[in-house]
Design a protein around this ligand. Structure first.
Ligand code: NAD
Length: 504
């Protein structure tokens, strides 16, 4: 498969963006039963580039009518068996083909996410690499899973079979548009389900491009469909559908709670939730190389403009090194200023939209009002574009809004602690439990604290490490699902117990 040359400079990316957004370059219609179509209502919504304020496209705004049609096609495809009963090795080959097509179109996919939601192109390229790796990993798992033979007497053969669930609706957010999509869609398809994807209304473009690639890869009709639109219309319709067997959601805790209610009001569909976080990053005085740790602590919050579910937004520092450490974090933050998302050198890009921009600035205002000490940033950059610089508050407490609530922006809240006990108490003092970081050279402390942290994942002497082999998800109100690894594949299948009486 030929690979177009990867753009390298700002000018290269600008040229590719211009060619992609001019003329008929962008797919903006829904993908239902193998064809791209307008929403049944004819309605469309605007996709806006937050770095420039320009309208990129008008995208089909699906609603309940489109959801009904897509669900009936998904069900028919599942019952037809062209995918759900296909030999695992053949499913694997199709998904590997899709991954190859994504690789061949990597620059375009990354650019779509950057234009749609403002993330820097370098980081978008990393996301697409992650999405491709996820498809490959899940595809490779397909023909390596075995069922079970239960230990019984000779008069019985007892089998435990794994079967796909049926119709899976995946509802995803905008902060890592295609990567979050892959984390849901790849294992669900790998397990043999029919999948309907609802991308965020703030970042639908890469999902629609993925649909075209899935068609090219040869996924059978109705097995993968994409419905762009709003949560309260098409998202809600999918969640309430009696014919959807599983909802796989990544997004806010508030919407996650609603989805559980919809499942209870409808057909008790499985609901897997990957929700918000307010992740603590614990720095003990015995850690080595404060400069390095400070740089990682800054990246943990400022990567992707702080629009990251596992952002290390609460920095807990042992008081004996706190002043010296904050100075270093502030110095590192200085080097992470937002810039043109199309510039490969930019570390941070634009906030996704005006609502999010306003929301982050309101948290910054409240932080100052509630008495936290502003050490860096604190005000929006002059327009055009929705840019907020790295912002650091010291002297934060769990009573303050900036110490408690998920901001989802480049705002770091620093707490001090004197003892290990206090550090663990502060870390666990949150409704969330998605990720936690821990920096120390003392292996006994590392294991003691790791076991006590209420968190789906713990990063020791790093932040956000991991690959496809590791499950990703939270505890408490960060959700109950697990993306990535063979564990996510298991989530999209169910067990069938078969007890066969034999003549002996
Ligand atoms: P959101 O909850 O507002 O929206 C997520 C998705 O749900 C969107 O597609 C939206 O249209 C849809 N939706 C909204 N209301 C709905 C409804 N009533 N019924 C059905 N669907 C509905 O979240 P967001 O602003 O897109 O994303 C940010 C949130 O996502 C943050 O809280 C972040 O922590 C979380 N997130 C979590 C993870 C994780 O793996 N745990 C990863 C990324 C983002």
């Amino acid at each position: 498969m030929s690979r177009p040359e990867m753009p390298k400079t700002l000018a290269d990316w600008q040229a590719l963006a211009a060619s992609l957004t001019s003329g008929a370059g962008l797919e903006t219609r829904a993908y239902i039963n193998d064809v791209f179509v307008d929403a049944a209502s004819g309605e469309a919504f605007e996709s806006i580039n937050p770095a420039t304020g320009e309208v990129l496209a008008r995208v089909a705004s699906c609603d309940a009518a489109d959801a009904d049609v897509a669900v009936s096609h998904a069900r028919a495809a599942f019952d037809g068996g062209d995918w759900s009963r296909l030999a695992p090795g053949k499913r694997k080959r199709t998904l590997l083909r899709l991954a190859d097509l994504m690789e061949a179109n990597k620059a375009e996919l990354a650019l779509l996410d950057t234009l749609d939601m403002g993330k820097p192109i370098a980081s978008a390229l990393g996301d697409i690499g992650g999405a491709i790796a996820c498809f490959r990993y899940q595809a490779e798992c397909i023909d390596k899973r075995y069922g079970e033979v239960a230990p019984t007497g000779e008069e019985t053969l007892a089998l435990v079979l794994r079967e796909p669930l049926g119709v899976v609706a995946s509802i995803v957010p905008w902060n890592f548009p295609l990567m979050m999509t892959a984390w849901k869609v790849a294992p669900a398809l790998a397990a043999g389900n029919s999948v309907i994807l609802k991308p965020s209304e703030k970042s639908p473009l890469s999902a629609l491009r993925l649909a075209a690639l899935a068609k090219e890869a040869g996924l059978p009709r109705g097995v993968f469909q994409v419905l762009p639109g709003f949560g309260h219309t098409v998202g809600k319709a999918l969640a309430l559908s009696m014919e959807v067997d599983c909802l796989a959601f990544t997004g806010s805790t508030a919407v996650g709670k609603q989805l559980m209610q919809y499942a209870g009001e409808s057909n008790l569909k499985r609901v897997y939730l990957e929700c918000g976080g307010k992740s603590p990053n614990l720095v003990f005085a015995d850690c080595k190389d404060l400069d390095r740790v400070a740089r990682h602590a800054a990246e943990a919050i400022f990567h992707n403009q702080g629009e990251v579910c596992i952002a290390g937004s609460r920095l807990l520092v042992e008081n004996s090194i706190r002043e010296a450490f904050i100075d270093r974090v502030v110095a590192a933050a200085e080097t992470m200023q937002p810039g043109d998302p199309l510039d490969p050198a930019s570390f941070m890009g634009a906030m996704v939209d005006e609502t999010q921009h306003r929301r982050v600035l309101e948290f910054i205002r409240r932080g100052q009002e509630e008495g936290a000490r502003l050490r860096a940033g604190g005000r929006a950059l002059e327009g055009p574009g929705l840019f907020i610089p790295p912002t650091v508050f010291d002297g934060v407490t769990a009573e303050m809004a900036i110490g408690r609530e998920e901001i989802f922006g480049p705002v770091l809240s620093v707490f001090g602690f004197d003892t290990e006990e206090e550090a663990v108490r502060l870390a666990n003092d949150s409704v969330y439990g998605l990720a936690a970081g821990l920096w120390s050279q003392d292996i006994d402390r590392i294991m003691r604290v790791t076991r006590r942290l209420q968190s789906g994942q713990v990063f020791v002497n790093n932040w956000a490490g991991g690959d496809q082999t590791m499950p990703f998800g939270g505890v408490k109100q960060s959700g109950n699902g697990r993306d990535k690894s063979h564990h996510s594949l298991e989530e999209y299948s169910t067990l069938k117990s078969v007890w066969m009486a034999l003549a002996t």
